[in-house]
Design a protein around this ligand. Structure first.
Ligand code: 16G
Ligand code: ZN
Length: 540
């Protein structure tokens, strides 16, 4: 057909780089050196159009970012109509369409998708896209556009945005004609929605201390600055927000010794830290979809308030509000984590909060889908990616309730504000930041009190390079905590772990690096070190 000819003619301008054997659409989409991604972007233009036609012309999003990775890297992922990650079944089509070795092979992969889903090429297709601050982004957009043009897709460039802002825009676009649209379809619409929700959440409370945000020298910096214009003044809210690591014009410092990933993996304050003991700090990652908090204790001893801490804080707050609102219909609250969550946080959720706690495999899409089964589903990875999902039943219940007293009205208003403040499409550093700040103000918590909610179990995360990481397969439905291969290894691990008091240890293949990860917890840090080393020795 006509489109196939157009593809064959234009794909040659974006040849496959010789350096890459095979591209794979993984948990974070495609990700590698920015210089090698033009061909991939072109292919993602084709696939985004196909995906949109498959879902009756609803708008699909394309985000160009490499998150916490080096400035020279880049990547791309697709966003589905409700702002979710691309449906899993389509990941293999993404891989197929960018791995053609000739124009014919690309056209063939395109045709395979058409055929498989019975897609009508004359139907409309709509795509929107954005990128982070990386220098290669502008060039990669051209390749993406070439794929979109070749297949007659209607598209709109939203320029530089955080990843969650693009997710927001996709959902807002696709719910424009609904009775309850998600928000205005513009960057300003995002700030307006969050700003109004934060003001409502802070209506009856005041923050008691300033906060500093490390923006990883990435896109979060200009976007948070813009966000500030829509927030109540420092005088009104009591909250002073300082921003550091905002040098986006210097590409090479992006994520360099700063940002959420650095702080979490190094267990260290970022470059540019000048806080006193007990000052409240937080860090975004390079595309502002992750956040962790931290402070220096007496010593100074570095104290991290990671995704587990945010999950337990949010679950505590929302659980209390739901109770106080006394709804006729029971709303079920649950917290979804991965096996990397500190055992003390999970115990706190079940024993103290008396809420359901569930584990899934690593990766946002896995947590998201499980959280969606609850009326209020809180999900966070320890690394700081997470959000809260409200079911339709929960939203209806919360918005239609008639308050029985002024106190109940206050609680109801706070809960309603939370439903608007939280980005329900994906973890969002800006939205999570405002949520945490509002909760701390409500609870009148200092960082010490927040940390004091429970005591983390001593833990350690190690990495071991292995020749073939795909030999390490886990048993389904164990949240990756049991190996089924290599044969016999799990038994040896179990024997070793049984030697330690309250020992827990598991091994899984990384989805993003050529290595396996070993996570361990036990009653004492001496035991943890010993156990993790012993388990590492079992791995060849
Ligand atoms: C990806 C995931 C992240 C996960 C990480 C695990 C998304 C958007 N990102 O970055 O959630 O924590 O992989 O990496 O799902 P690993 O497989 O190397 O341990
Ligand atoms: Zn990120």
């Amino acid at each position: 057909g006509k489109l196939e000819t157009a593809i064959a003619e234009t794909v040659v301008k974006f040849p496959r780089p010789a350096e890459v054997d095979k591209f794979t659409y993984g948990t974070a989409g495609f990700r590698t050196k920015g210089d090698w991604l033009d061909h991939v972007m072109y292919g993602m233009g084709l696939l985004a159009g196909l995906r949109s036609r498959k879902v009756n012309g609803q708008t699909i999003g394309v985000m160009i970012t490499a998150s916490h990775n080096k400035a020279e890297d880049n990547g791309v992922k697709l966003v589905d109509p409700m702002g979710e990650m691309l449906e899993t079944d389509w990941e293999s089509w993404a891989t197929a369409i960018v791995n053609g070795h000739s124009p014919e092979e690309t056209v063939k992969a395109y045709g395979d998708v058409l055929q498989k889903y019975n897609i009508d090429q004359d139907k409309p297709a709509n795509v929107i896209y954005a990128r982070d601050t990386r220098p290669s982004g502008a060039r990669l957009v051209k390749a993406l556009e070439a794929g979109l043009k070749a297949t007659n897709v209607t598209y709109k460039d939203f320029g530089i945005l955080t990843t969650p802002q693009l997710h927001y825009l996709v959902r807002a676009t696709n719910t424009q004609d609904d009775k309850n649209p998600y928000g205005e379809v513009s960057e300003a619409g995002y700030y307006k929605k969050l700003g109004a929700a934060f003001s409502a959440a802070m209506k009856n409370v005041k923050s008691n201390s300033p906060v500093t945000v490390d923006c990883a020298n990435g896109v979060g910096a200009p976007k948070l600055k813009e966000m500030l214009k829509y927030l109540p003044s420092e005088k009104e809210s009591g909250l002073k927000i300082n921003i550091v690591n905002d040098r986006i014009e210097q590409a090479e410092v992006l994520n360099k010794d700063c940002g959420a990933d650095y702080v979490k993996t190094q267990q260290k304050v970022p470059q540019g830290f000048d806080g006193k003991n007990y000052d409240r700090w937080c860090s975004f990652d390079g595309d502002a979809d992750r956040i962790v908090y931290y402070f220096n204790d007496e010593g100074p001893v570095f104290r991290l308030l990671d995704g587990d801490r945010i999950a337990t804080l949010a679950a505590t707050f929302l659980g209390e509000l739901v109770k106080k609102c006394d709804f006729e219909e029971k709303l079920e609250l649950g917290v979804v984590q991965t096996a990397y969550a500190n055992g003390a946080s999970s115990k706190y959720i079940t024993d103290v909060l008396q809420l359901q706690s569930e584990f899934t495999e690593t990766g946002v899409k896995n947590l998201h889908h499980v959280a969606a089964r609850y009326d209020i589903g809180v999900y966070f990875e320890a690394n700081g990616h997470g959000t809260v999902l409200f079911s339709k039943k929960a939203l209806d219940t919360i918005w239609k309730k008639e308050p029985q007293s002024p106190a109940q009205l206050e609680n109801l208003e706070a809960l309603r504000a939370a439903t608007e403040l939280i980005n329900q499409t994906v973890g969002d550093a800006i939205s999570d930041f405002l949520l945490v700040e509002a909760i701390l103000a409500h609870e009148q918590f200092t960082v010490r009190e927040w940390l004091g909610m429970y005591t983390d179990k001593p833990n350690k995360l190690a990495k071991q390079v292995v020749p073939q990481r795909d030999e390490y397969k886990t048993v389904p439905k164990t949240a990756e905590q049991k190996l089924q291969s290599p044969e016999g290894l799990q038994d040896k691990i179990d024997t070793e772990v049984a030697k330690y008091r309250e020992g827990r240890c598991f091994v899984r293949a990384s989805g993003t690096e050529d290595a396996v990860r070993i996570y361990g917890e036990a009653l004492s840090s001496y035991d943890v070190d010993h156990m993790v080393r012993a388990v590492a020795d079992l791995i060849e």
